[in-house]
Design a protein around this ligand. Structure first.
Ligand code: Z5A
Length: 207
């Protein structure tokens, strides 16, 4: 895999991942690098169907073990159909969430063991990990405030309460401590232009 870079964006709900993903693509494009923008769960037609299953609120609960398997099922499809081929062509891929989200949400949030998640990660993507992960960190209340201000339909995760998102945030921060320098923490509670400037500094190091 030559030339391409695999960049992921992580953080709790409302952290600004989608906004920053678009900014990163534009910033790279202005420097002559075309990057593919994608997201998880989803990113391909089939994986988006798995996304619908896992995010749509419904009367039947999804056990945490099923949830983690669905995340990796969607990821396996996404990797095979889109991410691996793009990287093999030497393209850059910017992905809104990846396995660190599983470690934070299903691990930190739901209590699935790190051993199971690591095993599934090994099976599904082996040693393919992001070259760089930007963790947009902000207080849970601010993330939820931003997300709820959009007034979009509420998904299964958005029905969770603050303590769940607090566990997710702490899990992310612990991962970042353990896996520096791949995971870079950026204070996302600041105004967007300050966050963008810091993200641009990170992208610069990858060029
Ligand atoms: N999930 C999981 O459990 N396990 C997994 O393995 C994976 C995912 C891959 C769907 O993710 C759910 O799947 C997710 C975790 C779970 N559920 N939750 N929570 P998603 O990424 O599609 O959904 P999301 O996290 O809810 O994304 P989001 O709410 O769209 O947030 P965002 O992309 O981080 O934020 P945004 O849309 O860019 O920004 C939110 C608003 O804030 C928007 O109006 C912006 O204009 C504004 N904004 C952004 N930055 C700023 C700053 N700096 N200042 C002020 N306002 C800002």
């Amino acid at each position: 895999m030559s030339g391409g870079r695999f960049i992921t964006l992580e953080g709790i709900e409302g952290a600004g991942k989608s906004t920053i993903a678009r900014f990163a693509r534009e910033w790279l494009s202005a420097r002559g690098v075309q990057a593919l923008l994608t997201r998880e769960p989803g990113g391909t037609a089939l994986a988006e169907r798995v996304r619908d299953i896992v995010l749509e609120p419904g009367p039947e609960p999804i056990p945490s073990e099923a949830e983690v398997l669905l995340m990796f099922a969607a990821r396996a499809i996404h990797l095979a159909s889109l991410i691996r081929p793009a990287l093999a062509r030497g393209e850059w891929v910017i992905c809104d969430r990846f396995t660190d989200a599983t470690r934070a949400y299903q691990g930190g949030g739901r209590g699935i063991t790190g051993a199971l998640i690591d095993h599934l990660a090994e099976v599904v993507h082996g040693d393919l990990w992001p070259d760089c992960t930007v963790l947009l960190d902000l207080p849970v209340q601010e993330g939820l405030r931003r997300a709820r201000a959009r007034a979009a339909a509420v998904d299964r995760f958005e029905q969770e309460r603050e303590p769940f998102f607090e566990r997710v945030r702490q899990a992310y921060l612990q991962l970042a401590e353990r896996e520096a320098p791949r995971i870079r923490v950026i204070d996302a509670s600041r105004p967007l232009d300050a966050v963008q400037r810091e993200v641009a500094g990170v992208l610069e190091t990858l060029l």
